[in-house]
Design a protein around this ligand. Sequence first.
Ligand SMILES: Cc1ncc(COP(=O)(O)O)c(C=O)c1O
Length: 524
Amino acid sequence: MAKTVDPWVRTHALFHMLFMFTNPYAQLPYYFVVAFPQNVGLNTTLEEEDKEIFDLVEKEKLRQYTGLELIASENFTSLAVMEANGSPLTNKYSEGLPGARYYGGNEHIDEIENICRKRALEAFRLDPVVWGVNVQPYSGSTANFSALTALIQPHDRLMGLELASGGHLTHGHQTAKKKISSSSIYFESMPYQVVMETGLIDYEALERNSLLFRPKLLICGASAYPREWDYPRLRKIADAHGAFLMADMAHISGLVAGQEAANPFDFCDVVTTTTHKTLRGPRAGLIFFRKDKNNDLENRVNQAVFPANQGGPHNNTIAAIAVALKQAATPEFRKYAQQVRANSKALAEALTNLGYKLATSGTDNHLVLWDLRPQKLTGSKVERICEMANITVNKNSIHGDKSAVSPGGVRLGTAALTSRSFKEEDFVKVAEFLHRTVQIALDVQEKTSSKMLKDFVIALEGNQDIAQLRNEVEDFAKLFPMPGFDSKTIKAAERIREPVKTTDSLKSVEHHPSTEAIKPASQE
Ligand SMILES: Cc1ncc(COP(=O)(O)O)c(C=O)c1O
């Protein structure tokens, strides 16, 4: 019996033949819209497909371009990194490691991951006989939890820098009432701190407490510590207890790659990092491990990442990390790292010259911890004014803060603006803008009867000094190029500037009694 041909298939074949003799690309809409309507939208641009999200992306690009980005954990990555990150590599499953996957079709993915691993070792000048690296962690937090899983057993003891002293959540953070991080939920944690008077790490107390606590793991590294680490001393403390020493160099890995920070690899068993801070890559994490100590760290780390804590690697991100690491190994990146530190010093000096107090009185790295307690201001209030003026900073606790809810300072970092080609003199200007936010805060605080943040925020509404400052900040920011995209192509309208009546509050604040503390450092 002759087979009957489905009329749909017949029509489809007819159209296909027609297209063969015309423009082959003309068939695309036919295939997606008529022949396979379920696949509609798979080849349209974000702008055509989802205007709502597209518009928000464009608005965010405009915000980044017209603002002063001072969040110490952020950076502006390159176009090449973003291209790899947004590539079809996101489609592929590849659980396992190169050469040992649970899925087929990974020949190119294997090559990409191998290149990434090789470049990771090269960027930090590591001998592949001594060090290995896992490039699959989705972020710094998951990298840290995988490292802990590899190094110690549930309920084993670890010591990390306390959150309030500048440490990270994932280094064992808990409060009196609650275990907050999985690093304190699954392990027993005892923090070490900075000396309250100086803001510097209290190595003596750490050493003393370690004799009582006997940790299996000592973690160094921080999110808000502006000074260098004493790795030899930490190694000695770890060795006294047969403990592992792990550095989380997330904040400073770009400086380590650029040889602008002491090298944790000389002393640690495991080094973790994020890839999106000073290293200027995509959002992800890395775990480096010693291979030469007969303790099977290689297998332990690899198994902790997958299958213990993660599933399929994000191959698009791994390709983007590889690109960032290639860049991080160049002489240009070394210059970038030098400039990040020079800028941080310039910012610290400019703030000090304006009479402000800084935690540890300065900086060795990319960040400055600005203590606002002498001005009787909180970090939250200054953060809010900065945000309204398109300066992005974050409130941060300063050693000795009475309340964790109301941090006494602000953390500032120079990595992102250095990627926008800011130099030392530009950071002097940034310090002047920051000074103005304090003057505005003092003025508003004086006029507001309550000290509560919510009343302060209400009192800021319509503030003309902030409007004026924002105009100046945006005009200044727009003088600098934007890594990763061309600012001229941003499809978002700039806000309409209302005419600003400059009030005399800025003048009056110079004689405000609370500015007594703001004297040039030389007068103190
Ligand atoms: C020192 C340190 N480690 C880990 C992390 C966590 O990284 P992620 O946000 O990628 O999980 C951070 C984030 O700020 C950090 O500062």
